[in-house]
Design a protein around this ligand. Structure first.
Ligand SMILES: NC(=O)c1ccc[n+]([C@@H]2O[C@H](COP(=O)([O-])OP(=O)(O)OC[C@H]3O[C@@H](n4cnc5c(N)ncnc54)[C@H](OP(=O)(O)O)[C@@H]3O)[C@@H](O)[C@H]2O)c1
Length: 417
């Protein structure tokens, strides 16, 4: 047989929600020169949809099989994923991953390994499921300066918020439903605590601004403390609560990144992004604002992004990381202010929170659901108290846009006006 007609031999590591989704899609397509030659999983006793002889229980066997043209890593263990992906890149291999937690921690090293050993890593599936946002930033907006990239990057928490607001579900039943549908990460803290969208914001910052942020330095506030009162107060104002991740570049070259619940009105494109859908707004200086929306989680949408990466690798695509060259000095800044809404069922608990956040005691309000307050808060205050806010079940949402705190405020206003 003509060697050029051989299908691309794929080693698939992980056969859970995403791995099976990718497998299904490939089975349903004809005419693709792709073959899943080997599959590695972890648990030898788990029932599978394929015969046992199709599986290996040692991913290293796939790493050592140099007949495989391409490896797909879709396991749920970020440390092991890093070991597998970095080893494959040291071998100069072509690799696809969906593991955002691993990428957010190790992206600089993974980029360096590609440069050093000539391998290629693509990871569209790691950010916003089926939405082609990384390629859009990396290839299309290759030179255009971007004001901001923001949106709903987590389908699981968006699903929970949708069920709470539209059907009046409690937080617990809505989360259980998201998990049952395969939208949630194995550890729900990652989704509900906004760690997962924070990882995605870090990845997008590398492609939008050429900066490798330390995920641990990016403020993320989740929805674990949300209650019926928060949904009712937002609805009374014609607004919805969404978890919004935002990365922005300031005129001084610094970058801001923030992931928090936000009160959004019907004027925002995020208002109608419901269930497991994600939405990303790219605010470009010359092109204006573009909005992409699509399914952000689930086996088939994520498997579709994996397939797109496999086909792109077949055509020789690599990420350019072009903006890295133009932003060598960019750093994360938290010199920001925002209008915050804070709530807790118990007024005495919230009274203490107001002192943490330097909000006046008169800001405290109570209604049938409990206590809440609104006011201008420094991001650095939220950062300092983030652990206490989480452990005490305080719900915090931002209202409206982020403002740069003095001394950069004037410069920002001049450029962003
Ligand atoms: N689910 C989504 O909607 C979604 C969306 C975007 C990105 N992602 C990312 O995609 C990745 C996979 O997610 P998932 O939802 O598909 O996870 P999952 O359903 O929990 O499946 C994980 C798979 O990885 C296998 N595995 C775990 N450790 C392994 C090891 N050391 N060697 C070989 N196989 C191993 C498991 O084996 P067993 O079958 O033996 O347990 C299982 O097949 C994660 O990084 C996740 O963040 C998921």
């Amino acid at each position: 047989m003509d060697a050029e007609k051989q299908p691309l031999r794929i080693g698939l590591i992980g056969f859970g929600c995403v791995g099976q989704g990718f497998y299904d899609i490939l089975q349903a397509q004809s005419g693709l020169d792709l073959a899943i030659t080997r599959i590695a999983v972890k648990n030898p006793t788990k029932p599978r949809m394929l015969p046992a002889e199709r599986f290996s229980y040692h991913a290293d066997e796939l790493l050592n099989d140099l007949e495989l043209d391409l490896l797909i890593e879709v396991i749920d263990d970020p440390d092991e994923a890093f070991r597998l992906v970095s080893t494959a890149l040291r071998q100069g291999r072509r690799v696809v991953t969906a593991n955002k937690a691993m990428l957010a921690r190790h992206l600089p090293e993974l980029v360096q390994l590609q440069t050093q050993f000539g391998g290629t890593l693509l990871y569209e599936a790691a950010v916003c499921g089926s939405i082609p946002v990384i390629r859009t930033l990396d290839n299309y907006f290759i030179h255009e300066p971007l004001r901001a990239v923001s949106g709903i990057f987590n389908g699981s928490s968006n699903y929970v918020l949708t069920r709470m607001s539209a059907q009046g579900f409690g937080y617990g039943p809505a989360l259980a439903e998201a998990q049952a549908k395969g939208f949630a990460e194995t550890d729900p803290t990652l989704d509900m605590g906004a760690f997962d969208p924070r990882s995605k914001a870090v990845i997008l910052a590398a492609h939008a601004y050429g900066v490798f942020l330390d995920a641990d330095e990016v403020l993320n506030l989740g929805i674990e403390g949300i209650g019926a009162g928060d949904m009712a107060r937002a609805a009374a104002q014609g607004r919805k609560i969404k978890v919004v991740a935002a990365v922005q570049r300031l005129p001084n070259g610094h970058v801001t990144a923030l992931v928090t619940p936000q009160l959004v009105g019907p004027d925002s494109p995020l208002y109608t992004v419901e269930h497991e859908f994600n939405g990303v707004a790219i605010e470009a200086v010359y092109a204006g604002t573009q909005f992409l929306t699509g399914r952000g989680a689930g086996g088939h949408p994520t498997g579709s992004a994996v397939l797109a990466d496999v086909l792109a690798l077949q055509r020789g695509l690599r990420y350019g990381y072009t903006k890295q060259a133009t932003a060598p000095e960019a750093q994360l800044t938290t010199e920001l202010e925002l209008n915050a809404y804070v709530s807790h069922p118990d007024a005495s608990v919230l009274r203490e929170v107001l002192t943490w956040l330097e909000l006046p005691a008169e800001a405290l309000r109570t209604d049938a659901h409990g206590a809440y307050a609104e006011g201008s808060v420094a991001v650095q205050q939220l950062w300092s108290w983030r652990k206490e806010l989480r452990t005490n079940g305080i719900f915090v949402a931002r209202e409206g846009s982020i403002r740069a705190a003095a001394p950069v405020a004037e410069a920002v206003a001049a450029v962003w006006a």
